[in-house]
Design a binder for this molecule. Structure first.
Ligand SMILES: Cc1cc2nc3c(=O)[nH]c(=O)nc-3n(C[C@H](O)[C@H](O)[C@H](O)COP(=O)(O)OP(=O)(O)OC[C@H]3O[C@@H](n4cnc5c(N)ncnc54)[C@H](O)[C@@H]3O)c2cc1C
Length: 499
């Protein structure tokens, strides 16, 4: 009977598709919300089920501009068995489930579009199974990247993936996050070895087999990377096993100014081509530099700028620094400032990590929205130059900061949410920017994910056959469409899935 309900759900046109889950949830309401809630409470305890408005609203939004969509209830499970039991109940009553990490997402991923239950995973915060000699660790979903690195400090190991915010590591897996270190250490896709996932019907699986943590594997389909970047639409991640790295013997940071975007990006390409194992190479345009100077009380020249960092032994650093300096000078780079001491390096990178807040401070009272297109490296100067022209032509504030070594950059758009005309120009601009990236063989999202706003763009990017395959996978894992419904894929019918 449940399967039949699921099939009907996927064969409905859009409007009834959307109504379906709500009706199902209403169905459970008619059974008595109190009845469902009391069953939740019997699983995880009275005080770990909340229907309070403030708690629901806090869990219905992330850091993006998407409006709050509060869930009907928030649960705070303590262990995977509780998550599984709660999921079984939601599955039985057709109640949507929305996983919540730390809410730092930028794509509206945690909004409860169709109501339902938010699974706030912050209480599952244990660091389990550290294998120092194997360079891996397993953590629960409430552990954030900074907490893990603080824990690891005395071991000589660290986890390098660093989105600007102190996000949960399972949330980072769910969004396939990356950050400034990705050029050297990769993104979450390269650094997750195994995941424990609770599926929509409450089944617990381990994507690489229970307890397994080999550095590489050729065993079957890559289910780990199916769930990395699935944004809560395929299951709830309740554990992740991560690769760790040795803390480098030495680090040097540098700042260098350029006369143009082209010369900054040319330097980046040449540094990578020269085989310099650069750890970070970040581009900031002159508008962003001005904002960072003001926000972080700095006095860097207001020009296109690269922030760089090198990791390695003392000897290898000298070599890396010499090669890089020569390359940047040959591209008219100037105002070099090298920093080896931790305090200066930290100040420099704090300024970069505060770019989001520095951009917002340009227009007090306004909201920020960050784009995150990614293109092949050689296309970067063209897209940045065209984008800057577009911003000026449309009178929009959008300082640019980019993980330039990966061809990924952000326009940190600052807009007045009450100005309809400006919002209209913003949407038109972000669509043009994404299509520009697609035309240059890139992607509409290098790291923030699809969430709500990029679902149509995803279709353009992947084409209908690939989208149909994704729909089939979603249908196989979640035939009732209960896992974070309305995200990543546009609503689809069973017929459209079959082409
Ligand atoms: C100032 C700032 C800077 C940022 N910089 C970067 C950056 O450089 N690079 C980058 O990649 N991102 C960046 N982000 C975005 C954000 O930090 C990442 O997307 C992060 O991975 C989200 O993790 P979270 O725990 O906050 O997830 P949430 O916001 O709680 O959730 C995000 C999505 O993942 C799902 N989800 C969360 N936890 C789970 C789970 N356990 N199982 C299944 N699904 C789950 C949610 O349902 C939702 O769809 C930045 C954000 C801010 C505010």
């Amino acid at each position: 009977m449940l399967l039949r309900r699921g099939l009907r759900a996927f064969s409905c046109p859009l409007s009834s598709f959307q109504c379906r889950t709500i009706n199902s949830w209403n169905f459970s309401r008619s059974l008595g919300v109190e009845n469902v809630l009391s069953q939740f409470k019997s699983i995880c305890g009275e005080d770990r089920v909340s229907v309070g408005q403030a708690v629901r609203e806090q869990h219905g939004r992330d850091e993006s501009m998407h409006r709050c969509c509060a869930p009907d209830a928030v649960v705070f499970p303590h262990c995977v068995e509780e998550v599984s039991a709660l999921a079984k109940l939601c599955h039985l009553y057709n109640v949507p489930m929305i996983p919540f990490g730390t809410g730092t997402g930028l794509e509206g991923g945690v909004g409860a579009l169709e109501g339902g239950v938010c699974f706030s995973l912050r209480n599952m915060d244990k660091i389990l199974d550290l294998h120092m000699e194997d360079f891996d660790v397993t953590v629960e979903p409430g552990v954030t990247r900074k907490t893990l690195n603080t824990y690891l400090r005395d071991t000589g190991l660290w986890f390098p993936v660093d989105p600007g915010a102190d996000a949960s590591l399972c949330g980072m897996a769910a969004t396939s996050a990356s950050g400034t270190n990705a050029v050297r250490y990769g993104t979450m896709r390269e650094n997750v070895l195994n995941l424990e996932v609770v599926l929509a019907d409450g089944t617990i699986i381990h994507t690489a087999g229970k307890g397994r943590r080999p550095r590489k594997t050729a065993a079957g389909y890559n289910l780990t990377n199916l769930f990395v970047g699935s944004e809560g639409t395929l299951g709830i991640i309740t554990k992740t096993t991560l690769r760790l790295y040795g803390i480098p013997e030495a680090m040097v940071s540098a700042v260098c100014t350029f006369p143009s975007v082209q010369t900054a990006v040319d330097s980046t390409v040449q540094i990578l081509q020269a085989g310099v194992p650069i750890a970070r190479i970040e581009f900031l345009d002159e508008v962003m530099m001005d904002a960072c100077n003001r926000y972080s009380s700095l006095s860097y020249p207001v020009n296109p700028t690269l922030f760089l960092e090198f990791h390695g032994s003392e000897g290898s650093l000298e070599e890396q620094v010499k090669t890089t300096e020569a390359i940047t000078q040959s591209n008219d780079g100037s105002n070099f400032q090298w920093a080896q001491d931790a305090e200066t390096r930290n100040r420099l990178w704090a300024a970069r990590h505060n770019a989001w807040y520095a951009a917002q401070a340009l227009r007090p009272g306004c909201k920020a929205y960050s784009t995150d297109v990614c293109v092949p490296l050689s296309q970067l100067p063209q897209i940045i130059v065209e984008t800057k022209e577009d911003l000026i032509k449309n009178n929009l504030t959008g300082p640019i900061a980019g993980h330039v070594g990966d061809g990924n950059f952000h326009c940190l758009m600052v807009v007045d949410p009450n100005d309809k005309d400006e919002l209209h120009r913003l949407h038109a601009f972000t669509d043009r920017l994404a299509r520009r990236a697609l035309a240059l063989d890139g992607t509409c999202t290098g790291e923030h994910g699809v969430g709500l706003g990029k679902r149509s763009l995803l279709q353009e990017e992947l084409g209908c056959h690939t989208i149909h395959l994704m729909q089939s996978l979603k249908y196989t894992l979640d035939p009732k469409n209960l896992m974070n419904p309305g995200k990543v894929l546009l609503p689809f019918s069973r017929e459209s899935r079959q082409g």
